[in-house]
Design a protein around this ligand. Structure first.
Ligand code: IPM
Ligand code: MG
Length: 358
């Protein structure tokens, strides 16, 4: 029986994960769901954003369904105790190096996107973000001159950007494989004109390309990629990039789809174990109001069924149900047309359950 670790986290995390859990239970599969605290919630209850018990559960599970972490109220905590350290710690501890962030513009939502409909209609791109290296995890990092590492009194801070050949090779392979199953076009995004780390990235991706002659590869500087994403996003099929650039470009790509509330993500390790989370954050400003869009989390659960639990037919069922619900014009506030009356988080979850085919 597949074991799923359910980590709702902070802010809207609990509300949206509850809807995905409702749906998983409606599938009629014998999943074992086990819940644990993570993020600011875990810090308050156990003194640490990623308690040992949560990490243990995550390690043992076949897959992790994750909500979101973070709240401004924790901004003054020392970095190791901030909620974000929970997700960074899980990624690192489980070696979840491959992050898939699809950006799909559903036909029903074309009008909700920030760009002109003709630019985004039919958009279907996949960002493959490297997730356990780069400046996020570079050493050394710190502040200098403060004698004890204290924040006050330092006059310099630094983080180091680094990638090793094996780290680049494995994410490049994942991206080439993904491109092979789609439009056979891969764009590697770097900053090779300035950064040594990304010249190396470009060289290694070019070498790996020799094993994938059926996939067309191009290279693009990150500043240009940011521009092309809003100028002509449909020119992309699969984008592969480092941790930092992928963080930024995936938020940008999200807005091409109508709402970041629609975007799922999967973070996988070499064993196929994965963490599934919406691409959006904890949105503390709307937490507890029951208005958040649960579809990104529901679609993340579909990715979980496909990539970690070997249930592709169930994943298809969920995705079809989401499309049906959108076709029925049911919308949470983030994707509602001006003047239309939106439905709440739980109503959206119920609607997807009701739309499941048998
Ligand atoms: C994301 C988030 C995280 C990141 C934060 C919460 C640490 O922005 O998943 O994109 O920067 O990776
Ligand atoms: Mg981000």
């Amino acid at each position: 029986m597949s074991k799923i670790a359910v980590l709702p986290g902070d802010g809207i995390g609990t509300e949206i994960v509850a809807e995905a859990v409702k749906l998983l239970r409606a599938l009629g599969e014998p999943f074992e769901l086990e819940f644990a605290d993570v993020g600011g919630t875990a810090y308050e209850r156990h003194g640490h954003p990623l308690p040992e018990a949560t990490l243990k559960l995550a390690r043992e599970a076949d897959a992790i369904l994750f909500g979101a972490v973070g709240d401004w109220k924790y901004d003054s905590l020392p970095r190791p105790l901030r909620p974000e350290q929970a997700i960074l710690g899980l990624r690192k501890a489980l070696n979840l190096f491959a992050n898939f962030r699809p950006a799909i513009c559903y036909p029903e939502l074309t009008a909700a996107a920030s760009l002109k409909p003709e630019l985004v209609a039919g958009l279907d791109i996949l960002i493959v973000r490297e997730l356990t290296g780069d400046i996020y995890f570079g050493q050394p990092r710190g502040r200098r001159t403060a004698p004890d590492g204290a924040f006050a009194g330092a006059d310099e801070a630094f983080d180091t950007m680094r990638y090793s050949r094996p780290e680049i090779e494995r994410i490049a392979r994942v991206a080439f494989e993904a491109a092979r199953k789609r439009g056979k076009k891969l764009t590697s995004v770097d900053k090779a004109n300035v950064l040594e780390t990304f010249q190396f990235w470009k060289d290694v991706v070019t070498e790996v390309h020799k094993d994938y002659p059926d996939v067309a590869l191009d290279h693009m500087y990150v500043d240009n990629a940011a521009m092309q994403l809003v100028r002509a996003p449909k020119r992309f099929d699969v984008i592969v990039t480092g941790n930092m650039f992928g963080d930024i470009l995936s938020d940008e790509a999200a807005m091409l789809t109508g709402s970041i509330g629609m975007l799922p993500s999967a973070s996988l390790n070499e064993r196929g174990q994965g963490l599934y989370e919406p691409s959006h954050g904890s949105a503390p400003d709307i937490a507890g109001k029951g208005i958040a869009n649960p579809l990104a989390t529901i679609l993340s659960a579909a990715m979980m069924l496909r990539y970690s639990l070997a249930k592709p037919a169930q994943a298809d069922r969920i995705e079809a149900a989401v499309k049906r619900v959108l076709a029925q014009r049911l919308r949470t506030a983030d994707i509602a047309a001006p003047g239309a009356s939106p439905i709440g988080t739980a109503q959206m979850g119920d609607a997807v359950v009701a739309a499941l085919s048998n």
